[in-house]
Each structure stands twice: as structure tokens, then as C-alpha cells.
Design a protein around this ligand. Structure first.
Ligand SMILES: Nc1ncnc2c1ncn2[C@@H]1O[C@H](COP(=O)(O)OP(=O)(O)OP(=O)(O)O)[C@@H](O)[C@H]1O
Ligand SMILES: [Mg+2]
Length: 336
């Protein structure tokens, strides 16, 4: 194979001692969950208090680890320093709905509009992005609590991170405008009111907190020493195209891209003259796409992981995967 890994996954992690937030993104089914698991194991083995968290409503960590990790951070059996956590989506969504309803009620009361909040709440929460946003909020909450040395997120909130960062300057502008007009409205109200008692303004408090939260998230997510998004591809056209698009977006928004992991490459030494035509064809196809990968992701390929003869299951499966994804010697990669 003509390409070469210039900086491996393990070398990358070593080169960033402050690395705290790792994300794995890519097209469906490329191996995001297992790669996140292998990365979390790698960090935990290095003595970091590590949490492997899933923000995906369709969870798969409990299945992968063969233990129930739903709803609360749960120590992973047989591994020191590692917790796994499938975040409860339903609860978050209900909580967000209640929260939004309260805010809308505040607002209606403040603006002295006598309408029921329900219709507004319904239209706000029927938005398909609502669930995704709720998950994003959950992720940010977990990060802000700051109870672990390392956070590995299964399923990068790609669209959301991008949206958040793309929107953050717009948000700030908007929030600042809102704050200014709230201030004006409030002082007018204070002037006109007979009682000189200052009113508490819950909407203003909310806007301030919201702005600070966005800013805090932006600072963490764009910190090159703390954060890295990794993208997983297969040696196939569509996953490559998806990764290229993500990298471009992230680049535009200043989100640090850690690199690309190629997964499920059929090992050539397994293929012989008498191997089935089907396998030979797959290998020829892979060759073409590997050439494209080395060219398109020049210098950013961090690992090439072979296709195993079985699915990746349990801590043992993750350890085997990590041997390749976090290979110390290049030999493991070059034998492919
Ligand atoms: N290198 C590999 N060799 C063999 N099987 C693999 C390899 N990598 C992943 N798998 C298997 O492929 C399947 C998909 O992997 P995984 O669930 O991690 O993908 P995903 O990107 O998280 O999928 P989704 O988009 O559905 O969340 C799993 O059954 C996993 O065990
Ligand atoms: Mg997954």
C-alpha cells in the first residue's frame, strides 16, 4: 500500500497531554461506537478517569459491553478507571419541554400577552431538531460537571456542534440585542411603576445564562489541546464522501479535527489465488479507495483497522480493536 501513517492514533494522544474530549463521527455503521469504546479503554488504561458516553437515542453501549449502563455512569466490569453511560433521552426531552414551557410562560406574562403557552410549546418541541438539541444539551451538561479526566463520546453531534459554532456568533449578537431591549424595557417599566421595587426578570436571567453556556461550550469545543473529533471511514465511496464533508465543515468553524481512522479493511494476506471472486473484487475496490484516502486525507490518517472475522463485542473485543487502532508499532498497520 502506498500510503503511510505519519502520526498514529496513540502518538496523537501522546502529543496532546491535555486531551479531554474525544468524539467519533462518520456515516452510519462504520464503527463509531466500537472505536469510541476502544479509545475510552486506551485512555482508562493510561490511568485517566474516563467516561464513555452515548448521546445517541438508539443506544448500543449496553449491548457492546454486555452490561446495563443506561441512565447513569456505570463502572465497566473488569476495567479500572472506566465508566460507561447511555444518557436517558426521554427524560431529557421531557425536562426540556417543561423548561421551554416555563420560559414561554414567563415571556408571555412579561409581554403581557394573554395566550396559553401550550400551542407555542407544541410547535417548538415538534421540531425534528429538538431531540438532537436535547442530546446536545446533555452532552454539554456532562462536560460542564467536570467529574472525569477524559470524555469519549459515542456519536459525534456533528450537525449540532457545527450548528452551535456556526450560530454562536449569531446567538451572541441576538442575545446581546435581546438583553439590551430587555434592559430598556425594564428601566422603562421601573420608571413607570409606582412602587420602586425592582422586579426580577427571569427571561433576562435565562438569556444571560444561555449566552454564557454557549460561550463556555464553544470555548471547550474549539480548544485544540482539549478537544479532538475523529472521523471513521471505510474504504468505500460514501463513507469517504461523508468524512470529507464533515472535515470541511469543522475546518470552517474552527473545531479541531484529530484525524481519520480507516476501518474494516480486508487484510491482503488473507486473500489467495484460490479465494472467491467476490473477495478478490472487494480487495480490488478497497485498493482504489485506499489510494483515494491516502490522497484526500494526506497526513491525517491515524489508523487502519482490519476487518475482523467477527463483530467487536465486549471488553475483550475492544481490546483487540484497540491493538490496531492504537498500535504502538507501525508493523501492525504495514502488514495489511
Ligand atoms: N474492524 C471491524 N471488524 C469487524 N467488525 C467490525 C469492525 N468494526 C466494527 N465492526 C462491527 O460493525 C458493526 C457496526 O459497528 P458500530 O456499531 O461501532 O458502528 P456505528 O458507526 O456506531 O453504527 P451506528 O451508526 O449504527 O451507530 C458492529 O457490529 C461492530 O461490531
Ligand atoms: Mg453507534
Amino acid at each position: 500500500m502506498m500510503g503511510e501513517i505519519e502520526l498514529s492514533m496513540s502518538a496523537f494522544v501522546r502529543s496532546k497531554p491535555g486531551l479531554k474530549y474525544m468524539f467519533f463521527g462518520g456515516k452510519g455503521g462504520v464503527g463509531k461506537t466500537v472505536m469510541a469504546g476502544a479509545a475510552a479503554l486506551h485512555l482508562a488504561d493510561q490511568g485517566k478517569r474516563t467516561i464513555l458516553a452515548s448521546t445517541n437515542p438508539v443506544h448500543s453501549l449496553s449491548g457492546l459491553l454486555d452490561q446495563n449502563v443506561y441512565g447513569k455512569p456505570t463502572p465497566v466490569t473488569g476495567v479500572n478507571n472506566l465508566w460507561a453511560y447511555e444518557i436517558d433521552t426521554k427524560e431529557t426531552i421531557e425536562r426540556s419541554k417543561a423548561d421551554i414551557k416555563q420560559k414561554i410562560q414567563w415571556f408571555l406574562k412579561f409581554a403581557e400577552i394573554s395566550t396559553q403557552a401550550d400551542a407555542f410549546v407544541e410547535s417548538a418541541t415538534m421540531n425534528p431538531a429538538f431531540e438532537e438539541s436535547a442530546m446536545f444539551e446533555n452532552m454539554v451538561d456532562l462536560m460542564f460537571k467536570n467529574e472525569y479526566d477524559a470524555y469519549v463520546f459515542d456519536t459525534a453531534p456533528t450537525a449540532n456542534a457545527r450548528r452551535l459554532l456556526g450560530m454562536s456568533s449569531v446567538y451572541s449578537l441576538w442575545v446581546n440585542k435581546m438583553l439590551k431591549s430587555r434592559e430598556e424595557a425594564r428601566s422603562l417599566r421601573d420608571l413607570l411603576s409606582f412602587t420602586k421595587k425592582k422586579e426580577k426578570d427571569p427571561l433576562m436571567d435565562y438569556l444571560l445564562a444561555f449566552r454564557d453556556r454557549i460561550e463556555h461550550a464553544r470555548v471547550l469545543l474549539t480548544d485544540k489541546e482539549k478537544t479532538a473529533f475523529f472521523f471513521i471511514t471505510l474504504p468505500e465511496a460514501l463513507p469517504i464522501a461523508v468524512v470529507k464533508r464533515f472535515i470541511q465543515w469543522f475546518h470552517d468553524f474552527g473545531i479541531p479535527v484529530g484525524g481519520v481512522i480507516v476501518n474494516m479493511l480486508i487484510q491482503k494476506e488473507q486473500v489467495h489465488a484460490d479465494s472467491p471472486e467476490f473477495v478478490k473484487n472487494r480487495v480490488a475496490m478497497q485498493d482504489t479507495y485506499m489510494n483515494q484516502i491516502w490522497k484526500d486525507f494526506d497526513g491525517s490518517v491515524r489508523a487502519v483497522v482490519p476487518l475482523f472475522d467477527n463483530e467487536v463485542r465486549g471488553v475483550a473485543g475492544l481490546r483487540k480493536l484497540a491493538e490496531y487502532a492504537f498500535a504502538e508499532s507501525k508493523a501492525l498497520v504495514e502488514t495489511i
